[in-house]
Design a protein around this ligand. Sequence first.
Ligand code: 5GP
Length: 200
Amino acid sequence: MSDHAHTLPTDTANGLLLILSGPSGVGKTTITRGVERSIADSVFSVSVTTRAKTGADVEGVDYHFVSEAEFDRLIEQDDLLEWADVFGKRYGTPRKWIEEQLRRGRLVIVEIDVEGARQVKAKIPEAFGVFVLPPSEEVLLQRLRDRKRESEEAIQKRFAEAKREIATAREGDVYDLFVVNDELDRVIAEAVGAVQDRRG
Ligand code: 5GP
């Protein structure tokens, strides 16, 4: 992907890019939707992905589902703010839409992995990074099993990847805040409070 730095002129001082990351099974989508509901001018950035659409996914709401060729084209045209390979499939964040929303002074929420977050922070250092942690490794493993989405082998793979992702997130300086998803309402309130403090 090209390494152009994109400057994002904002009309109002309030535009903020909120990066939300965390291992799969930690409940980050529920937290993201909770933050979105709690902050009136927030918008959720719908990512582009080459992964297959599942029965639970809604095109244009959860993701924009595209072919490998289409994804290549988006990279070539510099249409993605960041992109990363996650579990062998590619995921990326549309750039122009986000720039427009930030210009309008909105809170833009991107739910992306650690690698994507690193790229976003490099381009937009003022982005606010929140990483969601499970209360414990045991709880995370149980949540992955409870989803009943995958085989035990796939669950173990995700669990190992989750532990790696948490370690990577802790080592770097991409995240401004680590929150533990012990109780949903509490963790949403904590994230919302931190965003409001940041926006002033
Ligand atoms: P899932 O396929 O379970 O919906 O998502 C798998 C992983 O991809 C999650 O960890 C999610 O945060 C990450 N992801 C989703 N969209 C993007 C994106 O646009 N960019 C990056 N880098 N990661 C993403």
